[in-house]
Design a protein around this ligand. Structure first.
Ligand SMILES: C[S@@+](CC[C@H](N)C(=O)[O-])C[C@H]1O[C@@H](n2cnc3c(N)ncnc32)[C@H](O)[C@@H]1O
Length: 301
C-alpha cells in the first residue's frame, strides 16, 4: 500500500472547504484523494486521474468506490487517462469550478512492489517500466537494446544525473552484442560491472540512478510535467491553489521555473518561497518521502 507523502501539509496549504472541487492528477492508491474527499464533505467532489490502467481498475472495480453506502459515492470521479489531457478530461465531464489541484509526481509503491514491470532492481522482472502499456509502445527493453550508446548516456546523464553515464552506456553496448539485456537483474549486473568497487559499497544502490533515468525516459515524465502544469494553470479558478510534489531536482526545477514565470505574468502568487519538505518523523516512517519537495501557488486572476 502506498503511503501518501506530505498529506497533512497538502491539506493545510490547499485549505479545502466543504462543497469545493479538487483535481488529483496522480491518483496512485488514492491517499491524497481520500484526504481531500474527507475535507470537502458532504458534497465536494474530486476528479482523480490515473494513467495506469491496472491501478485504475483496482480501485474502480474493487475499491470503496463500488460500495453503494460509501460516503465517496458520486463524489469521486476516477478517470484512466494522462493528466496531459487535463483540459479535455474536465471539459468532457463539465467539472468545475476547480478550487485546487494536486500533482504527486513519479510512481506509486505499487509499481515497485506489485506491477511486475521492472521498476525495481530488487526483483528480477522484464524491463518494461511503462505506466500505461496500452498507450505507450516504448519500453526500457527497447531503449537498452536498440538506442545508441550516446543516446543511452544522455538519458542516464539528463534524467538520472548519473556521473558514470558514459561507462555504463559503454558496458551496455558491449554486453548486448553478446546477448540482449532482458531483465532487471541483467541490467543491474551490467551497471554493477561498470562502477568502481568503492561505489558498489555505497548506501545508495548503484543502479538507482539508471533505473530512475530509464523510467523517466520511457514515460516522457519531464515533458508530461510541463504539459500538465500549463493546463493546470488554465483550469484553476481564481483563488484556486496548486500543490506539486516532486522527487528529484529535474522535476522540481521545472515546477519552480513554471511557478516563477506565472508569477511574473501575474497569473500565480507563489505561496511557498522555499519548498516544503517532510519532517524527520515522516521520513522515519516513510523513507520514500525523504526526497520529496512540495511547492504551492495560488491563481490570482
Ligand atoms: C507518486 S504516485 C501518487 C500517489 C498518490 N498521491 C497516493 O497518495 O496514493 C504517482 C502516480 O501517478 C501516476 N502517473 C504518472 N504519470 C501520470 C500521468 N501523466 N497522468 C496520470 N497519472 C500519472 C502513476 O501511475 C502513479 O500511480
Amino acid at each position: 500500500m502506498h503511503t501518501p507523502v506530505l498529506t497533512k501539509e497538502i491539506i493545510e496549504w490547499l485549505d479545502p472547504k466543504p462543497g469545493e472541487n479538487f483535481i488529483d492528477c496522480t491518483f496512485g492508491e488514492g491517499g491524497h484523494t481520500f484526504a481531500l474527499l474527507d475535507a470537502i464533505e458532504p458534497d465536494g467532489k474530486v476528479l482523480a486521474i490515473e494513467a495506469d490502467p491496472e491501478l485504475y481498475r483496482k480501485f474502480q472495480e474493487e475499491g470503496e468506490i463500488q460500495n453503494p453506502k460509501s460516503k465517496i459515492q458520486n463524489r469521486l470521479i476516477l478517470v484512466n487517462d494522462s493528466y496531459i489531457n487535463l483540459k479535455n478530461i474536465i471539459a468532457e465531464r463539465s467539472f468545475g469550478p476547480v478550487n485546487g489541484i494536486v500533482m504527486d509526481l513519479g510512481l506509486s509503491s505499487w509499481h515497485f512492489e506489485e506491477s511486475g514491470r521492472g521498476f525495481s532492481f530488487r526483483e528480477d522482472e522484464p524491463l518494461d517500466m511503462r505506466y500505461n502499456p496500452q498507450t505507450n509502445s516504448l519500453t526500457a527493453l527497447e531503449i537498452i537494446n536498440s538506442y545508441s550508446e550516446e543516446d543511452i548516456e544522455k538519458i542516464l546523464k539528463d534524467y538520472g544525473e548519473e556521473r558514470f553515464a558514459r561507462i555504463i552506456a559503454r558496458k551496455i553496448g558491449e554486453q548486448r552484442k553478446e546477448k540482449p539485456i532482458r531483465t532487471t537483474f541483467d541490467l543491474v549486473e551490467v551497471v554493477w560491472s561498470a562502477l568502481p568497487s568503492r561505489y558498489q559499497r555505497k548506501k545508495l544502490h548503484p543502479a538507482t540512478k539508471t533505473f530512475q533515468a530509464l523510467r523517466i525516459a520511457v514515460n516522457s515524465e519531464i515533458e508530461n510535467v510541463k504539459k500538465g502544469l500549463v493546463q493546470a494553470a488554465e483550469v484553476l479558478a481564481k483563488e484556486g491553489r496548486i500543490a506539486v510534489i516532486s522527487f528529484h531536482s529535474l522535476e522540481d526545477g521545472e515546477v519552480k521555473r513554471f511557478f516563477k514565470r506565472c508569477q511574473e505574468i501575474h497569473v500565480f502568487e507563489i505561496i511557498t518561497k522555499k519548498p516544503i519538505i517532510p519532517g524527520f518523523e515522516e521520513i522515519s516512517v516513510n523513507p520514500r518521502s525523504r526526497s520529496a519537495k512540495l511547492r504551492i501557488a495560488k491563481k490570482i486572476i
